[in-house]
Write a protein that binds this ligand. Structure first.
Ligand SMILES: Cc1cc2nc3c(=O)[nH]c(=O)nc-3n(C[C@H](O)[C@H](O)[C@H](O)COP(=O)(O)O)c2cc1C
Length: 184
């Protein structure tokens, strides 16, 4: 038997998008608690490749300006949407990864960072905080703005916000028994 509470939390996790945020701010203590959970992700050779750059308040506008100035081809509709999303969001977490000493293949560092993101996502279950991982094409263009070195990468943004109400998760999952081959 596995822990039913954990199964429940995993199945309740869902993406909640900025359109459903109520623009209320999340306190810093809560953000730190969420990042503490991220920090407990498993990691090969304990390289702990993840690190985060957190934008809230006025700094969100600075991030927005950097994105727009490095992506001149962005349509006004795309800019407006981004501005709307940033306004509704309490904290934008730039999910970053460092290759450290390069002792591991990059995919392992990315996988470990993705597990840290899953912990962020799971931390939002059953509270009035939600979010989602956004991986826009323009992410590499803000490398300098984020002061990332050549061995570091931004793997997208985790938008976090408060919400009053969200619909139940209704994304149908594939049947895992059809995806599993047993060898006995
Ligand atoms: C690596 C990764 C990248 C993602 N990038 C985006 C994205 O750029 N835009 C988006 O709307 N959702 C993105 N998502 C969220 C997925 O669309 C979402 O997890 C999926 O639809 C399943 O919904 P759920 O999270 O509610 O289970 C991403 C998810 C993952 C794991």
């Amino acid at each position: 038997m596995i822990n039913k509470e954990i199964s429940k939390i995993i199945k309740l996790r869902k993406s909640i998008y900025p359109k459903d945020f109520n623009s209320k701010k999340i306190d810093k203590k809560t953000i730190i608690e969420i990042l503490e959970n991220a920090n407990h992700a498993p990691t090969h050779k304990m390289t702990q490749p993840w690190f985060f750059k957190v934008f809230s308040g006025n700094s969100k506008q600075k991030l927005l300006k950097a994105i727009i100035s490095h992506n001149k081809e962005m349509t006004s509709m795309a800019k407006e949407k981004l501005n709307f999303n940033f306004e509704k969001t309490s904290h934008i977490i730039c999910v970053c990864m460092s290759r450290n000493s390069g002792i591991l293949p990059e995919w392992e560092e990315i996988a470990a960072t993705a597990m840290a993101v899953q912990n962020i996502w799971l931390s939002c279950v059953n509270v009035d905080i939600g979010g989602y991982w956004s991986t826009p094409k323009f992410t590499p263009t803000i490398k300098d703005f984020l002061s990332l070195s050549n061995t570091q990468r931004c793997l997208g943004f985790f938008y976090l916000g408060r919400h009053d109400f969200v619909n139940k998760r209704n994304i149908k999952r594939k049947n895992i028994e059809e995806e599993t081959e047993w060898f006995v």
